[in-house]
Design a protein around this ligand. Structure first.
Ligand code: GLY
Length: 392
């Protein structure tokens, strides 16, 4: 058992705590009581998470004498839609929620984003508490107040900044995550080391393999350090006018890979971010800003834990450079027609750069695809199966 640790996201009157520990779910009612405006909460979760964790959360709410009901939505990114949002708001209004009712988002990133956005717009704004149940949600999406849904034109294009009143991260529930989901969340953990904290990256090189196997002490440390890093960026730049954008390392490439038609949910967000971070390092090397040894170290570590690092690890092999560049141009990080990339001077030294030209992207992506083709040919002629670890 690990004693809960508390961090603060310092945002003036919108400040809130992140509580991280192995008994947090059992104590959830008591922990959230001080931030509630009334005794009433509505839990929003999905049918997968409900089966695993809802009963335990409901017991904790009973123990604290809170009145509660629950709304269960379908699992998956498809729930981040206008249709589902409309249904959810209708269910909240049917239950006669009041301005003093607090919503509780119990689940991964999809539930946090959807429930948080419903909280932002229902009755012109309800309080909400995040109870993240995936590694990705505990280290990234539950902290910082980005809420929203997808539009037909792209991911997360409809949303609001709406900070939670509390984040309750129970690291004991991560030990049962499917390996692939753990790895996808781990990519976002690595991101914090790569942005600003070479010491943390070094620690991950030594402990990352244990962490993704579900070792509790390593998970607790990684969630704590990731939330500490995220809280600092959010406190400094809540609305992403500048430095918060560093948290998007690997995301412009990653979103383009995710957006490829036909790929569906075969590529998880964290997997796309892992490949995207390697591409951001390679682009930085190509521009002469980053030592190639650092890019190799990142690639080696991600591959060592089992994450994809390039096209060779992805299937099917029908990537089109021009289409990927078009997807990047649709990203939210475009201003005046230019994409702001997160580039690096080395491990732990990321910066924003809006001067990348399409030809540089073309050269990078074409080179990466040629390398993957070459590897596939070598494997074929050696009678080996493809290195592709995803989507097969
Ligand atoms: N996931 C990046 C951010 O919250 O800013």
């Amino acid at each position: 058992m690990t004693a809960p640790q508390r961090l603060q996201v310092a945002l003036g009157e919108r400040s809130y705590d992140i509580v991280i520990g192995t008994t947090v779910m059992a104590e959830a009612g008591t922990l959230m009581r001080p931030v509630l405006k009334s005794q009433r909460v509505v839990v929003i979760t999905d049918s997968n998470v409900a089966g695993l964790h809802l009963a335990r959360l409901q017991r904790a709410l009973d123990d604290a004498g809170l009145s509660h009901d629950s709304i269960v939505v379908p699992p998956g990114d498809g729930s981040k839609s206008l249709d589902q949002l409309g249904r959810l708001i209708g269910q909240l209004l049917d239950r006669k929620v009041e301005r003093s009712t607090t919503l509780v988002a119990l689940g991964g990133g999809v539930i946090g984003d959807l429930a948080g956005f419903a909280a932002a717009v229902t009755l012109r704004g309800l309080d909400f508490v995040q109870v993240p149940t995936s590694l990705l949600a505990q280290v990234d999406s539950s902290v910082g107040g980005k809420t929203g849904i997808n539009a037909p034109q792209g991911k997360n294009l409809i949303g609001a900044f709406h900070q939670p009143r509390l984040v309750l991260a129970d690291t004991s529930i991560l030990t049962t995550l499917p390996r692939r989901e753990m790895l996808a969340g781990y990519a976002e953990v690595v991101k914090y080391g790569l942005i600003r904290d070479p010491g943390f990256f070094h620690w991950l090189e030594a402990h990352g393999a244990d962490l993704v196997q579900g070792e509790r002490a390593e998970l607790q440390h990684a969630v704590l350090e990731s939330c500490r890093a995220k809280a600092a960026e959010v406190a400094a730049d809540e609305r992403e006018r500048g430095q918060r954008a560093l948290l998007n390392l690997g995301h412009t490439f990653g979103h383009a890979l995710e957006a490829e038609p036909g790929y569906g949910d075969k590529l998880l967000h964290g997997e796309a971010v892992a490949v995207g971070m390697v591409m951001a390092f390679d682009l930085s090397v190509q521009r002469g800003h980053c030592p190639p040894e650092d890019a190799d170290r990142v690639r080696r570590h991600l591959a060592a834990v089992g994450l994809p690092t390039g096209f060779a690890d992805l299937a099917p092999r029908h990537w089109d450079v021009e289409r990927l560049i078009v997807h990047m141009g649709r990203d939210m990080k475009v201003s005046g027609g230019r994409i702001t990339f997160v580039l690096v001077r080395g491990i732990g030294d990321a910066y924003l750069d809006a001067t990348v030209e399409a030809d540089e992207l073309r050269a990078l992506l074409t080179g990466a695809l040629n390398d993957a083709d070459q590897l596939a040919r070598e494997n074929d002629s050696a009678g080996l199966t493809s290195r592709a670890i995803l989507g097969s």
